[in-house]
Design a protein around this ligand. Structure first.
Ligand code: C2E
Ligand code: MG
Ligand code: MG
Ligand code: MG
Length: 284
């Protein structure tokens, strides 16, 4: 009977679904290969002070240097990497590279921020593993920041709080990523040991648009909460001067976005100033 049901189901599993499943399997194989072939690399995007534009840190963002398809962003492969669990191995590889390549960028007081898959918080000893990696790479804990999303915290809030606390005690900065897109309320944030909140890009992109008012109200509320909790606020996805000005007016201190710099390989940010640009003489 069970077999019959199974067969029945198989019939319902139409051709396009079958193809999709095949593509997922194919991609999973490719990801496994890419990991061993060293095709995953960190790109770095500056995090700046809103008032003077000076860089305070860099977020490490994964890229896949695909031999045929070129440079791929996480949107192309992260869901399958998460689903399959491969993200765990990929992330550890990324964190190692991010520390190695990011070390020359941070100097005194700067930091490298890494994104943490929710899967890592299933392990109560995640903090130990991360500290072990830092010891191996010689990367100082205060120069590292981790970014977790609300989903990561809500899985097992007590365990998540413990892990974050131990990371913070070790000197590692903790940030809540994509704030405003999840299910947690503003009042929920104080339960977790966090150093900063990153306001999701969707709120920033509204600024300067017709529906700016609502997003501005949310940004101001986050700002007020952060102030009272002693948290830093980073605005994500700042693309225009209008957005920068609007954020400055709310008292937002830090930002990240194409206005200040796109994600680039570490060498890009390290490059010396180089020779002065050639002056093109005016046409007579
Ligand atoms: P995120 O952590 O919220 O990272 C910010 C995303 O916004 C990045 O996309 C960045 O390229 C993009 N961005 C930055 N400034 C702007 C802007 O001004 N305009 C626009 N339109 N976009 C901007 P990216 O690199 O595609 O990464 C997407 C997401 O993938 C990240 O969102 C993060 O959740 C995840 N991710 C990235 N790297 C890693 C990683 O190494 N491990 C894990 N587990 N997740 C990662
Ligand atoms: Mg992030
Ligand atoms: Mg984000
Ligand atoms: Mg985001």
């Amino acid at each position: 009977r069970a077999k019959a049901t199974g067969r029945q189901r198989f019939v319902l599993f139409d051709e396009s679904q079958q193809k999709a499943a095949m593509n997922v399997l194919e991609l999973e194989l490719q990801l496994r290969h890419a990991l061993h072939a060293g095709e995953f690399v960190p790109y770095f995007q500056p995090i700046v002070r809103l008032d003077d534009g000076s860089t305070v840190g860099y977020e490490a963002l994964i890229r896949w240097q695909h031999p045929e398809r070129g440079l791929l962003g996480p949107g192309e492969f992260l869901p399958v990497a998460e689903e399959s669990g491969l993200i765990e191995a990929i992330d550890w590889h990324m964190y190692r590279l991010a520390c190695a390549a990011g070390a020359p960028l941070v100097g005194d007081g700067g930091y490298i921020s890494i994104n943490i898959s929710p899967r890592h918080f299933q392990y109560e000893d995640f903090d130990q593993r991360l500290l072990e990696l830092l010891r191996e790479t010689g990367f100082a804990p205060p120069q590292l920041r981790i970014e977790v999303t609300e989903g990561t915290l809500l899985g097992d809030p007590e365990a998540a709080a413990r892990i974050l606390q131990r990371l913070q005690d070790a000197g590692i900065g903790t940030a809540l990523d994509d704030f405003g897109t999840g299910y947690s309320s503003l009042s929920y944030v104080h339960r977790f040991p966090l150093k900063s909140i990153k306001i999701d890009r969707s709120f920033i992109s509204d600024l300067g648009q017709t529906n700016a008012r609502r997003s501005l109200a949310i940004i101001e509320a986050v700002q007020g909460l952060a102030r009272s909790l002693g948290l830093n606020v980073v605005a994500e996805g700042v693309e225009t001067e209008v957005q920068r000005q609007a954020l400055l007016a709310t008292g937002c201190a830090y930002a990240q976005g194409f206005l200040f710099g796109r994600p680039q390989p570490a060498e890009h940010w390290q490059a010396p100033a180089g020779p002065a640009p050639t002056v093109i003489p005016e046409k007579p």
